[in-house]
Structures are given as C-alpha cells and as structure tokens.
Design a protein. Structure first.
Length: 531
C-alpha cells in the first residue's frame, strides 16, 4: 500500500519561543535543531533574522551542521507598504540568512489588511506577490496565510485571492493558518478541501498551521490532512503563544499509528518521541506535562485495581497503543484505590505473585499509610522498601537514634543564614555521633548522614539528590497540617523516589532521606527482588 507522505514543519524555535516562560539561548536552538533533524523533521523554522542578533547567529552557525534531508527556514513578513521588496530590510535579512527555504507570512483577513497594516486590499495583494517573487528567486518559498480561516469566513473571495497572489509569485507551499485557534475541525476540513480544489491549477501544495486556543489544534491539523493538506506545522509539546500550537508529538503519533494512509518522518520509527519531548522540556526549563498524550509520564499509568487487573491479562483493554512504539513505558501505580492486581504488577521483582496473603498485607499497609498522607506514585523506592518490610526480608543498614537541626543567622547584620545537623546512629553495632553544616536544614541532614555512613558504605559517594518537593497534605489544618516530602535521588545507574510524611517538615524530610539511603544500599548489595 502506497502511503501519502506528510511533511512535518517544526516552529519550536520561533513560534514556540513566543510561549510564556520560554527562552532559548543560541546553543539551545542549535542543539534542538540537531535533535529535530535526527528525528526526521522535514522543515525547521529557525527564527526571524531581522528581529535579533541571536537568530542571525543561528542561521550562520546552523549551516555548519549536516542535517540530512531536513531544511532550515528563515521566517519573515511581507515587504512594508510603499516600499520595493528588494529595498525592504526584512526582505534583505531573509535572503542574507542563506537558508534553503524562506517562510513568508502575509495578511489574509481583509480586516487585518485595512485596520492593522492600514493598506488597501489591492496593495496587500501586491505586497504578498512582490515579496514572494523577490524571495522565490533565492530559496524555496513557503507562504503562511495568517488568520486564513477567520479571513475566509469574513471574505472568502479575498482570502483565496491572497493565496493566488502567493502561488503566482512562486510559493511552493500555501499554509492555512488558524492563528486565533478558534476554528472547529469540521470548518477546517471544509475550507481546506475547497482551497485544495481551487488552487489545484497551481504548482503548489497546501499546509496547515493551527493554534490551540480551543484545545483543538491537533484535531484541526488531522482534519486538514484528511482534507488534502500535505504539510503540518507545529511545535514539540505544543509550546507557543497563549495556549500554544499544535503538538507535533501528537500529530506525528496519530498520523503514523492511528491512520492507515500516511507516512511521516521518512518512515522512521517513533521510539525517539518521548526522549525528544522531554529534551525540549528540559532545554526550555519547563515542567513535563504528566498527562501529555503519548509521551507523558501518566500516559500509560494505571492506578485503579480493575484497570490493572485487565492490563495484566490484555494490555489493549486500557492502552490505545503499545507505549514502546513512542519510547514510553507502562507504569503501575499503588494507592488506596489499588487492588491486589496493582500489587502483583508492581511487585513482580519481589517474587511474591503466588502469596495472596502477603499481597493483601501489602495492600492494607498502602491503604493505611495513604490515610496518613503518603502517596507512592512518585516514591517507588519507598514502596520497594515497604514490600520488604511487610515480607520480612528488610534488613536495616543503620539505625537512627536521634537527630537535631539548628538553623538561623550567623550575623544578624549580614543575614548570613546557616544550618547545622547533629545525628546519632548505630552502624554495625557501632555508635556514630556526627555533625555537618549545610545551606539549609535538609542539606545539613543529608551531609551529616553521609558523613556518618561513608566509612561503612563508601558507595554512597556515588549518590546525589536530584529533586526535593514539599506539599501540604491537609491545608485546612493550617500550620499544624501534615507535610509530604518527596525526594528524588540518583547514582550512575538509576534514579529513585522516596517519601516522608509528618507534621514536622524536618521529620518528613528525614524519613525520605533515610529511605533514599537505604534503597541505595539495598540495591548495591542485592536486587530488591532478592531475599
């Protein structure tokens, strides 16, 4: 069966960077561009070379990299009114970027032409045509019809004329933009189909560029493809101005895995998508969206006991695809909503599948602890230790006896804050009494604990704290509320999460720290599934 190739155009580096809280350095942009090219993206929009020196430098440096079939695009607007295209600084900047493709955006909505540009409708057509003719002599021209669907609703004849002006000037792509993000999928499909028909006599193809203001950007992109669009523009993770753009992760996944007629990314497997999504989040210094389709941490996470029972028998019952197809993985969560099936699924490494009585005891303990504010969804290491304790296979590597933390100002004038932790432990029948300073109470406790244990357990030198989170469990109790502390730790081979709960934030932190260290020592000695 011959599949229709759909070109994927990424604008993370330009449109995506307009999202609130998003800022890319020059090196960030170069790194992301290389990852996108490795992933098989067809077009990468690098930025607007007239707007800032960083984008100019990007276009200069990206030419040094071999991006395979991926083409880099410079983005810019039509010439200014009452100016020749070749004299316009914006036009000159686009040519000087020396990219194989240039993306030109123009006004489609008559209202925008007259009220924003303050030009006549005919002059707007001239601006599109003359700009396109000038740029098409230097690079493959992609024309973005801004506000196309709003413009079509207001004045369909004029909206089509703007496309014809660009096509006649040499545009190889005419991209229909739902700039305000408010159009519904059925209207996208209907209008796109009409455009494909009316422009069929020109040497050009149709693309789609949607925004997510109605939470329909991906649905609108897919509707346009089914109506004849051959290019989809969007961003990784859907980042972008206001509510964002079409999420290319979802677009690509749906086209490749859900539809039978299309190919994307040159037919490459999609196993890199989860890593790519998280790489862009990390580079943009944004939090992952746990519930993000296909690649989110929760996309294939199962918590309800009935669901997990079914998953254990047939994964298709509650998973729409195999998570491995997009580089993700199944997660079984343990909570008060769990049944025995959750315990079976998550504790297989402990070899307790046949012990129904033990599994029931583990579940009872999970329910009891969750009643006190514990949650094991992001604390798998604490859950592993819980299983060993209930099963009677847990051996402590040290016994905490007491600790004390002091924090305050060294100098009341300079406000030089300090923290000091003093701990007493029993390690292998030996009492250890030690102290350490830190940047805060938790850091001081961590330092003191390591100091006391390092001689006995030198492998702790490889362990480091990655993340520390605090949440109030019952805000109605005010300052007497229980506090939940989650700590993420890691070493050279893996990362793990632990939890502590107490009305005292230091005690909750201490519980999570002790679990983290114990998990490290257990896993270094013997896999936690061992006995």
């Amino acid at each position: 069966m011959n599949l229709k190739p759909i070109q994927i155009y990424d604008t993370t580096l330009r449109d995506g960077s307009q999202g609130e809280g998003v800022s890319f350095s020059l090196q960030d942009k170069l790194n992301i561009a290389r990852r996108l090219a490795e992933s098989g993206i067809d077009f990468i929009e690098g930025g607007y070379p007239l707007s800032n020196e960083k984008d100019v430098a990007f276009f200069e440096q990206i030419r040094q990299f071999d991006l395979g079939h991926t083409q880099v695009c410079a983005f810019g607007m039509t010439r200014r009114k009452s100016m020749k295209a070749e004299d316009d600084p914006g036009m000159q900047a686009l040519v000087q970027a020396q990219t194989p493709c240039i993306t030109l955006v123009g006004k489609t909505w008559d209202y925008h032409a007259t009220e924003v540009l303050r030009v006549t409708l005919d002059e707007n057509l001239d601006m599109i045509g003359e700009s396109g003719e000038f740029l098409a002599r230097h690079a493959q021209l992609i024309y973005d019809a801004e506000h196309f669907f709003d413009g079509y609703h207001a004045n369909p004849d004029y909206a089509i004329k703007t496309l014809i002006s660009a096509a006649s000037a040499g545009a190889k792509w005419l991209v229909l933009c739902d700039t305000n993000g408010g159009t519904l999928p059925e209207h996208i499909a209907e209008i796109t189909q009409k455009v494909v028909s009316e422009l069929s006599g020109y040497d050009t193809a149709i693309g789609i560029h949607t925004h997510n203001d109605g939470e329909l950007a991906v649905a609108n992109s897919l509707a346009a493809v089914d109506a004849g669009a051959l290019q989809v523009q969007g961003t990784i993770n859907g980042i972008g101005e206001r509510c964002g753009n079409a999420d290319l992760i979802s677009v690509v996944s749906n086209l490749a895995l859900k539809k039978d007629s299309y190919s994307v990314l040159g037919g490459k497997p999609l196993t890199h998508l989860t890593e790519l999504s998280r790489y862009v989040y990390e580079t943009a210094n944004l939090q992952w969206k746990n519930g993000q389709a296909f690649v989110g941490q929760s996309a294939f996470a199962h918590k309800g006991g009935m669901h997990v029972h079914a998953i254990n028998k047939a994964s298709k019952t509650y998973e729409h695809i195999d998570p491995a197809l997009v580089g993700n993985e199944r997660r079984i969560l343990v909570s008060e909503l769990s049944g025995r099936s959750n315990i079976v699924a998550i504790a297989t490494k402990h070899n307790i599948e046949g012990n129904r009585e033990l599994m029931d005891k583990i579940l009872q303990e999970v329910v009891r602890l969750e009643n006190h504010g514990y949650q094991f969804e992001n604390a798998g290491a604490s859950f592993d230790l819980l299983v060993k304790r209930v099963a009677g296979t847990y051996t402590s590597h040290f016994s905490p006896i007491k600790y004390r933390v002091v924090a305050g100002d060294r100098n009341s004038d300079e406000k030089n804050v300090f923290a000091e932790a003093i701990i007493k432990l029993k390690v292998r029948e030996t009492l250890w009494f030690d102290a350490a300073e830190g940047y805060g109470p938790v850091n001081a406790l961590d330092a003191a604990l390591r100091k006391a244990l390092m001689d006995a357990y030198p492998s702790l030198n490889d362990m480091h704290l990655i993340d520390y989170k605090v949440r109030v469990v019952d805000s109605g109790a005010g300052t007497a509320a229980s506090i939940r502390v989650n700590i993420e730790s890691g070493d050279a081979t893996e990362t793990w999460g632990t939890i502590g709960v107490s009305e005292n934030i230091i005690e909750a932190s201490w519980q999570a720290l002790v679990d983290s260290v114990e998990y490290k020592l257990h896993k270094d000695e013997l896999p936690l599934g061992g006995s």
